[in-house]
Ligand binder design. Structure first.
Ligand code: FES
Length: 277
C-alpha cells in the first residue's frame, strides 16, 4: 500500500455535474503514490463548525507532480453538508487532506477486456483505473448506474467508446450487469456503496469472472477506530471476519465478500486484523 500523508491542499477549481461538484486540489506535494480505488479524508469546515467529522472522498483523476505539486480531483456531494462546504471554498482556499488511503485496485498482468461498473459518485474510483488499464492494452467497457452519472459519463468517454449509461431510467443493477457480461469479459471492477454493490456482487459470485469491488462505507474515523466501516469478508482459511473497509479495503476481491450477509452480521464480531487478499 502506498504511504499516506497529510497535505495542506489548495483549491484550484470546481465544476458542477448535477448533484455533485468536482473539486480539483493542488496537494503541494508529489501525489504519484495515489492508486486507483484509493480515497482521501478531507477535514470539512472550520474550528467553529458543527461539522466535526472528516469526509472520505474518492480520488478521481490525479496528476503526479507539477510546479506546485500534484493535483487530485475529488467529487463532493452537494446534498451533504461536508461536500457542500468543500464545494463552496473559493479558489486558493487551504484544505486539510490525508491520503492516499486504503488498498487500491490490482491491475491484470496481461491485456484483457474489463467491465467497469460505477454507481453515481463512486465512479470517480474507476477513472484513473480506466486510464491505467487502457495504457496496458486492456479493452474497457463502462456500465454507469444510478441517477447521477454525469461525472462518470464525461470521464468514461475519454477512455472508452463502450459506455452504458442508466441515467433517466430505472435499471436493475442485477439485469444491467448480466446484460454486459459476455465471454470476452474477464475482469469486473465495481465501485459503489454496500447496498448498491450487493446485487452486482451476488450476480458475479461463481461466474468465473474476477471481480474487484471498491466498497463505499461510512468512513467516520478512517483510521481503524470506530469500526463503522466493517463488513463480513471470508478469508482464505474459509473463516468470515468483520474487516474494516478503511484499512483492509476499500477494494476487496468480490468472491470473498459475504454479499448475502451485508448488514446482518453484528459489528462486535470484528476479528483480529487479517490479510484478506
Ligand atoms: S472508518 Fe472507522 S474503523 Fe474504518
Amino acid at each position: 500500500m502506498s504511504q499516506a500523508g497529510q497535505w495542506t491542499a489548495t483549491v484550484m477549481a470546481r465544476r458542477d455535474t448535477g448533484d455533485y461538484a468536482v473539486v480539483t486540489l493542488s496537494a503541494g506535494t508529489d501525489t504519484s503514490t495515489a492508486r486507483p480505488g484509493q480515497f482521501v479524508s478531507v477535514k470539512v469546515a472550520g474550528p467553529d463548525s458543527a461539522l466535526l467529522l472528516r469526509r472520505a472522498m474518492w480520488i478521481g483523476e490525479a496528476t503526479a507532480s507539477g510546479r506546485e505539486g500534484g493535483t487530485i480531483e475529488v467529487v463532493a456531494d452537494l446534498r451533504e453538508p461536508g461536500g457542500a462546504w468543500l464545494a463552496a471554498q473559493p479558489q486558493s482556499a487551504r484544505v486539510d487532506v490525508i491520503g492516499p488511503l486504503g488498498r487500491p485496485f490490482s491491475l491484470p498482468r496481461d491485456p484483457t477486456t474489463c467491465l467497469l461498473i460505477g454507481f453515481e459518485t463512486a465512479t470517480a474510483a474507476l477513472v484513473k483505473l480506466a486510464e491505467d488499464l487502457v495504457s496496458r492494452g486492456c479493452r474497457v467497457r463502462f456500465l454507469l448506474l444510478g441517477q447521477n452519472v454525469a461525472y462518470g459519463a464525461l470521464t468514461a468517454r475519454r477512455f472508452s467508446s463502450e459506455i452504458m449509461d442508466s441515467s433517466g431510467r430505472i435499471t436493475s443493477p442485477r439485469d444491467a450487469t448480466l446484460s454486459q457480461l459476455d465471454d470476452s469479459v474477464e475482469v469486473v471492477y465495481s465501485a459503489g456503496t454496500t447496498e448498491q454493490l450487493q446485487p452486482v456482487g451476488q450476480i458475479l459470485m461463481g461466474k468465473g469472472v474476477a471481480h474487484q469491488a471498491a466498497v463505499e462505507t461510512p468512513l467516520v474515523c478512517g483510521s481503524r477506530t470506530c469500526t463503522l466501516c466493517a463488513l463480513p469478508v471470508r478469508g482464505r482459511d474459509g473463516v468470515t471476519r468483520m474487516v474494516r473497509a478503511c484499512t483492509e479495503g476499500p477494494v476487496f476481491q468480490g468472491d470473498f465478500v459475504r454479499w448475502d450477509d451485508l448488514g446482518t452480521v453484528p459489528g462486535d464480531c470484528l476479528g483480529a486484523s487479517e490479510e484478506i487478499r
